[in-house]
Design a protein around this ligand. Sequence first.
Ligand code: SF4
Length: 332
Amino acid sequence: MTPRTIVVVDTMGGLGDLVLSLPVLEGLARSHPAARLTVVTTAPWHELLLRDPRIAEVVPVPGKDEATIVGVATGVLERIRPDLAITTNRQFGLPVLLQRTARRAVTDLWRRPPADELVDLRYLRLLVADGVVAARFADLPPRLVLGPDELDEAAELLGRLAAGPPVLLFPDSGMPVKRWPVPSWRALVGELRRRGATPVVVAEDAALRDVLVEAGAVPSPSLPLRALAALCAAAAPRHGAAVGGDTGPVRVATAAGLPAVGLYGATLALRYGLREGLGTNVQGWAACPERRPTAITEQACWWTGTCPFTRDGTPRCMAEIRPEQVLAALRP
Ligand code: SF4
């Protein structure tokens, strides 16, 4: 059966989670160009999809709690009664909801995950195996659609911020185990300056931003999400790059076309890293015995933010990533 209506429920909650779903959305849209594609996803990240002509409707979910997610998803699925429904989230009874309301439902994109297959590729390949995405789209990269007006505005802003090739630095992370130590960031800023690049720090944490500015980085103004994506896109043709941990903004950068160096500690780059060709992954302390590639939430450090292998609890894996490794991973 060729679906005429498709609903994707992507409510894992993180910005990075939405970027991981972009290849799925594109794979579905290209496999079924006549179908009407609706995406239910977490606000405010849904804004990334708003100008994508492949998506007929984007429905924001204004919360991450069960009642909000199930309430919004139920409303959409009961209104559309789609031919095909897919969820990346298996919580809150969503699989049963999809099975009840759609003619066909794909509800487990987390089945038997191999430790060495990237999450977004896994999604796509399972959908190919299930026959809902064409095999020729099994390797699609994440890709954002930005408007020419957004790109022009970003190029103008970047022209004011950066004289040399811009290197966008994303030092923030909501999770302590994903943070690279501040002295490492400072050393990277200094070396980028010496090489004639312009390090541009993009951080919500004002104290962190100020430390890197003191070291020689240029502060980016606080930007709405789409403007940030456009800034990344504008940096690409200027021989730019991005650097940051396993976080949403770094994924956004690669989806906007900016090559990135991803710093991976508690998460295994083979599973959560950036796609080959879009970025370079640097893994800290690859031999950590506590790391669980297919069950990261069970790691001792994940929710506590405390590493059992250092005296002060800061992540040993992140501390072992040296600025020289990052510089080597950046393109000349
Ligand atoms: S236990 Fe420590 S070194 Fe190992 S992954 Fe967690 S933070 Fe990194």
